[in-house]
Design a protein around this ligand. Structure first.
Ligand code: HEC
Length: 127
């Protein structure tokens, strides 16, 4: 009787599980890298308890708060990509209570629109 089969099958399953975790992490790393090189983390944190440089409110809203607020909003990917590229208005602040910055400057100098859209799609999926 070949006792090797179940053992190999188990190793195969373990490798499969490990590689799918690696893929998910790799995507996360790529998005974090993109956000970092585009300067987003100067003002934003990811976690809900992200703090600003002075230990008070962060300059921009935590990305997990953005995901929660726009959950189920079909226009969010398009609208938020436009906000990232073109900036927001200090006269209609969306995050008055949660962020200390009065407006987001246009990021079009730092990031391409297709990359901004990828980041926004990733931000909206954060849990
Ligand atoms: C100089 C600081 C700064 C930088 C850099 C910055 N943001 Fe922001 N961001 C803000 C502030 C402040 C707000 C909140 C604006 C408001 O209250 O309407 C904001 C809001 C947002 C929102 C929510 C917009 C809305 O309408 O609710 C998203 C999404 C976002 N930022 C993504 C990004 C991404 C992606 C980058 C990097 C490409 C980035 N931000 C870079 C300061 C910044």
């Amino acid at each position: 009787m070949n006792t090797e089969f179940p053992r190999n099958a188990l190793i195969g399953l373990a490798l499969l599980a490990a590689s799918s975790t690696v893929l998910a992490d790799a995507k996360d790393d790529a998005m974090r890298h993109l956000a970092s090189k585009s300067g987003c983390f100067i003002c934003h944190g990811i976690e809900l308890d992200a703090k600003g440089p002075d230990g008070l409110k962060p300059v921009g809203p935590p990305w997990k708060a953005i995901a929660a607020r726009y959950k189920g909003d079909k226009n969010a990917p398009k609208n938020l990509t436009a906000a990232v590229m073109g900036g927001t208005s200090p006269y209609s602040r969306h995050w008055k209570e949660e962020a200390s910055g009065v407006a987001m400057p246009p990021n079009g100098v730092a990031i391409r629109e297709d990359d901004a859209r990828k980041l926004v799609d990733w931000i909206l999926k954060l849990k």
